[in-house]
Every structure is written in C-alpha cells, then in structure tokens.
Design a binder for this molecule. Structure first.
Ligand code: MRU
Length: 368
C-alpha cells in the first residue's frame, strides 16, 4: 500500500543482507520510521512492544525471527528456544503459533546446514501468501458491500462502514483484512465512507486506521469508541467489519477490546457484523471462545496515561487520572458466534457456526 504515494509492505525482506525491515508502528501516525530486524531477539522485541502488531503481521515477523535464530544456530535446541521465546511475546493472536508451527514443520526434517535457508524461504512465502489472502478477502467482502449498497434507498449515497482497531495493511503484510474491501471499493469508484473508532487505550483506530485511510484517500471520520451505539441506532451505519486475532471452530471471535459491544449494538439494530478472517486465524483446537481464548492483560499505564505530540511537536505522555488510580486493561474480548453475520475468508464467505466451519476445513484440507 501507499506511504506518501510510494508502494510498500509493512514488512520487507532485504534478500542481500538477509534482514527484515518494518515500519515501527510506535511512531505512527506522526513519523514513518523504518527499523531493521536482524536477530531473533529483535523480532521478539518488536512483537512484544508492538512495533509490529495485528495478527497476520505478528505471524510474519515471528517467521523471520525463526530464520534469524537458525542462521546463528540450527540445532534442535536453538529452534525450540527461539520457538518458545517468540511464542511467549503475545498470547491472543493465533497467527503467531500458526506461523511458528509452519516454519518449524518445514525445517525440522532437514539437516542443520539447510534449515536457515528453508526458514527464510518459508518466511517469504508467508508474506507473499498473506498479500494474496488479504486481496481475496477484500474481493469477497466487496461483494457483500455491493449488495448492501444496491439495496439502499439512495444507492448513490455513501456506504457507511464502521470498523474497530486496525485491521488494515499495517496489521498485515499488505491490504489488511477488514480494510482490504474498503480499499478495493474505493479503488473501484464506490462511494464509501468509514467510521473509524478510536480504540482506547492504545488508539489503533485513531493513530493507524485513520493514517492508512488518509494515505489512500478514503473518506473517513474518527469517532470515540462510545459513539458506536449511537450511530448504529440512528441508521448511520450500513455494515460493521472488523478483523480478528483468533476464531474458534464454532465461530467465536476474539478481537480488540470493544469489538463485542459493537457486535451487540449491530445485532440490536439489524446491521450486518462481518469478521474478516484469514484461515490462519482459525484455531481448530478450541470451540468455546469465552472459555478457551487467552486474553492479553496489558499494563494499567496504557489506561491511566495518554500519549501524543505536545505543542513543540515532541512525543509526550500525560496522566489523565488521579495519581495512583487502579486500572484494568484487557487487550481483547470475545464476540460469540451468534452475533457474527458472517466470516469472510480468502476461500469465501462462511456462517459463523461449527457446521459451516467444518465444511471450510474439509475444503482446505489438513495442512491448516
Ligand atoms: O493489539 P493489536 O493492535 O495487535 O490488536 C489488533 C487487532 O485486534 C486486529 O483487529 C486483529 O489483529 C486483526 S489484524 C488483521
């Protein structure tokens, strides 16, 4: 996608130097800072402190992390240590385990001398496939948008789509999942407008989705998270679409905290609630999302303090609560399958229930 009009991916491989470059998201939207990842520790740190975030990009970064580890030491013990270190960085997004398992499956049967190169190739494949996957998700969701648009009383009026957090290209390698159909609709000339919810406490909507959409020229309006119900109630939202960090085999969806409330409000007002879901985000080993999906607990400081640019243009963090206020910071919540209108995958649109997902599993085979 575009940064200042130039095409980029959020993670780019430097083949000659065998390193990866990322956009350090902790500097966005105020600065586009590229950062080089050269070691397994660099990759783990980037995921942990959210220089990279978003389920697919976490997975892609971890894959490069395994390559870095194997380049230095290709033993089974080093592989296991790197796997465990990278896996421990963030708990909720299943793409992390998916990518680590995928690279490990490829390298384990190989002799030590061949492992690093195989890991590098697999990391590149994960990146390339992510781009194709997200483009396909966008195509399928675009058809859903077109059908909604066609049914509007005034089909020339903008299609108002609400999203939460950031499931755009900066959360993936390119395109994004939930934002992919928005880009494709805009590029195809559809009159589309996006309600971007701020996403307290880290502000991924305000700082990342709003930034991406502006770079691409897509009309959008930022709202505080608590405005969602009000807009849905007033008929100002035609569809909600979000990304996900983990979907269970019965279609329960974990996504950024606040997603569940949007799904409830969408259901109450008869507005479709779509989840853009690459197959790599489905955890086939669990069914009950509320019981089985680990929810990341984050620092209270993200709730009690607010970062931003001060009048001199310098980054600053300010306290917004009485000193010493106790705060709780759940990173994600679970939306039960019954509130999800459909899961939009790269293989098409599926109902969020065990039977539909079993059909998807049979269609894609046992590799996933
Ligand atoms: O904590 P984050 O910013 O990594 O959370 C990201 C999300 O919740 C996204 O919606 C999800 O990972 C899907 S990204 C395509």
């Amino acid at each position: 996608m575009n940064i200042h009009g130039q095409p980029h991916r959020s993670i780019e491989a430097d083949h000659a130097r065998r390193i990866a470059r990322i956009v350090d998201q902790t500097f966005l939207p105020h600065q586009v800072a590229w950062r080089e990842l050269e070691t397994m520790e660099d990759a783990a740190e980037a995921i942990q402190v959210m220089r990279v975030r978003g389920a697919p990009l976490i997975g892609a970064t971890a894959a490069f992390g395994l390559f870095f580890a194997l380049r230095d030491d290709a033993s089974d013990a080093a592989l296991q240590h790197a796997y465990d270190t990278l896996h421990a960085t963030r708990p909720t997004a299943i793409n992390l385990r998916w990518a680590l398992d995928r690279v490990r499956r490829v390298v384990l049967p190989l002799v030590a001398e061949k492992r690093a190169e195989a890991a590098w190739s697999e990391a590149l494949s994960i990146c390339d496939e992510d781009v194709q996957t997200n483009h396909a998700i966008g195509q399928h969701a675009l058809e859903l948008f077109q059908a909604i648009q066609a049914k509007k009383a005034d089909p020339s009026a903008p299609l108002n789509v609400m999203t939460h957090c950031n499931a755009g290209w900066i959360a993936c390698v390119d395109w994004g999942t939930a934002i992919s159909p928005i880009y494709q609709a805009h590029d195809a000339g559809m009159n589309i407008h996006v309600w971007v919810s701020e996403t307290r406490p880290r502000g991924q909507g305000a700082s990342l989705t709003a930034w991406e959409l502006r770079e691409h020229g897509v009309p959008h309006t930022l709202i505080v998270d608590n405005n969602a119900g009000h807009l849905l109630q007033r008929g100002l939202v035609d569809a909600v679409i979000v990304g996900t960090d983990r979907v269970t085999a019965q279609g329960d969806v974990a996504n950024k905290i606040g997603t569940y409330l949007k799904a409830l409000a969408a259901k109450a007002h008869g507005v479709p609630f779509y989840v853009a879901c690459p197959v790599s985000t489905i955890d086939w080993t669990i069914t009950d999302g509320i019981r089985d999906i680990p929810i990341e607990q984050r620092s209270a400081r993200e709730v009690t303090h607010m970062p931003g640019l001060n009048a001199e243009g310098l980054r600053e963090e300010v306290l917004i609560t009485p000193a010493g206020t106790q705060a709780r910071n759940d990173g994600f919540d679970v939306t039960p399958a019954a509130l999800v209108t459909a899961l939009v995958t790269e293989h098409g649109v599926f109902e969020a229930n065990a039977m539909a997902l079993a059909k998807l599993k049979a269609q894609i085979g046992s590799d996933h």
